[in-house]
Design a protein around this ligand. Structure first.
Ligand code: 13P
Length: 253
């Protein structure tokens, strides 16, 4: 089996002022020191990115954005391009989060353009997929994951996807305190890896990290990480407080 390095990421969503972000990042930098056996990312709001980048310099915590536009520049009021994000130190960009799909009507086609633009510009996409509760109840989980993966990755050069990260975030588990069981999550992750195999080939599918997201906390990360296809976590609420996120980062004890 491929030796995939665990990856734990914090999505701060629309939380924290710039000052608050800097304070949390400072504490995380202390907590993360010496944790070299995992990759760590935090994704603050756009307004805090540069200040947090400055704090994280010299640490093993990398910076991510929560969204990105699909063009490098132009008359697109209010949008932020991949080039702008790399210029403030972003290594990753979360793309296709279910909150963007539902509140901002982001389609699979638009997400595909964002993934392509990010990857082309050297920004690593953290590509989010996941089914709603209604879709799971109707036994459509795998159809939904299949469609989101196929459309999201369509016509993107394999070379551009070498560093891709996928995040499986069942919508019903986000912010609800109701995490997927390890069996449900592993089952979805194995399906996703199989699908990546058919789209990108086996060596890439074995190498791509698939994160689980949805009510991850210090109490359930250890079990999730024991499964063969869960390579890390995308953490929302429990990433906002540095010491709690630190407990998740130190899930091995
Ligand atoms: P919670 O961890 O708050 O459920 O959020 C998960 C998420 O949406 C991360 O992107």
């Amino acid at each position: 089996m491929a030796n995939r390095k665990p990856f734990i990421a914090g999505n701060w969503k629309m939380h924290k002022t710039c000052t608050e972000s800097v304070e949390t990042a400072k504490r995380l930098k202390e907590i993360g020191a010496g944790l070299t056996d995992i990759d760590i990312m935090i994704a603050p709001a756009f307004t805090s990115l540069y200040a947090v980048f400055d704090v994280l310099k010299g640490s093993n915590i990398l910076l991510g954005a929560q969204n990105v536009f699909w063009k490098n520049e132009g008359a697109y009021t209010g949008e932020v391009s991949p080039v702008m994000l790399t210029s403030v130190g972003c290594i990753y960009a979360i793309i296709g989060h279910s909150e963007r799909r539902s509140y901002f009507q982001e389609s699979d086609e638009l997400i595909n353009q964002k993934i392509a633009a990010a990857a082309r510009n050297g920004l690593i996409p953290v590509f989010c997929i996941g089914e709603t509760e209604q879709e799971r109840d109707a036994d459509k989980t795998k159809n939904v994951l299949d469609k989101q993966l196929t459309k999201g990755l369509q016509d993107i050069a394999l070379d551009d996807l070498k560093t891709l990260v996928v995040a499986y975030e069942p919508v019903w588990a986000i912010g609800t305190g109701k995490s997927a069981t390890t069996e449900q999550a592993q089952d979805a992750h194995a399906f996703i890896r199989g699908k990546l195999n058919s789209i990108l080939g086996s060596s890439m599918a074995e190498q791509i990290r698939i994160l689980y997201g949805g009510s991850v906390k210090p109490g359930n990360i250890g079990e999730l990480m024991k499964t063969p296809d869960i390579d890390g976590a995308l953490v929302g609420g429990a990433s906002l407080e540095a010491d709690t996120f630190g407990e998740i980062l130190k899930y091995r004890g």
